[in-house]
Design a protein around this ligand. Sequence first.
Ligand code: IPE
Ligand code: IPE
Ligand code: MG
Length: 237
Amino acid sequence: MAKPQFTKLPTHIAFIIDGNGRWAKKRGLPRTAGHKAGIDRLKQIVYEAFDLGIKCVSVYCFSTENWNRPEKEVNYLRNLFIKLLNGKYFDFEGRKIRLNVMGDYTKFGQEVSDGVVRTLHNTSKYDEHILNLGINYGSRDELAKAFNDMQKDGLTNISPDDITNYLYTKDLPPLDLCVRTSGEIRLSNFMLYQVAYAELYFTSTFWPDFNKRELYKALTDFASRKRRYGAIKEDKE
Ligand code: IPE
Ligand code: IPE
Ligand code: MG
């Protein structure tokens, strides 16, 4: 399939990769098979986004609420994260991808923690592409942490820019587009502050079925949006 040309692209796109379980159920497979298909798809879509010229891709991998799932499923996801951090899915070095992580990943134990610390360190020199993963991420926790950290640092008279600078995304470009798959029309505690002026795109496609064509559809839709930022008429971009 030829790569389409877009009149404008997001600099920073985020994915709420939902529907792995239902994708598997529909096929009579265990939910874990959906997560496996989901991470294979993730690799393809993240690489495609980078190849198109999108700089930063954020991904909701595991929420602070996902601990309510059965231990078996959580363990399966933990193992996928370990593999990902060991370079099984993304060639961080070869592709010059900088990792950024949102959330208290230490709750996943030593192997995940070591993998995150090592990969953050090894990839911090890259600036071309950024992969930002939400691992035990919740926007409400992120905001509470930001306010606690600002208090510790003695900040008073807090401004919106101060808040931005204390979020996990402080080093990333502003979020332009947030995509959620699987038909749910909600944010489920994802990047609530960052999404303030992002465009939202919802599709009923389950994440493992979200192929390049689906990505192009989302990007074509984004290109047609008029981002007014409260002003009148002119697209401010
Ligand atoms: C999203 O798919 C992946 C994670 C939350 C880790 P789900 O596992 O939520 O799939 P559904 O929503 O149950 O189909
Ligand atoms: C959001 O999906 C979390 C991730 C995609 C990691 P959920 O499937 O957990 O969200 P809800 O429960 O439908 O809101
Ligand atoms: Mg879900």
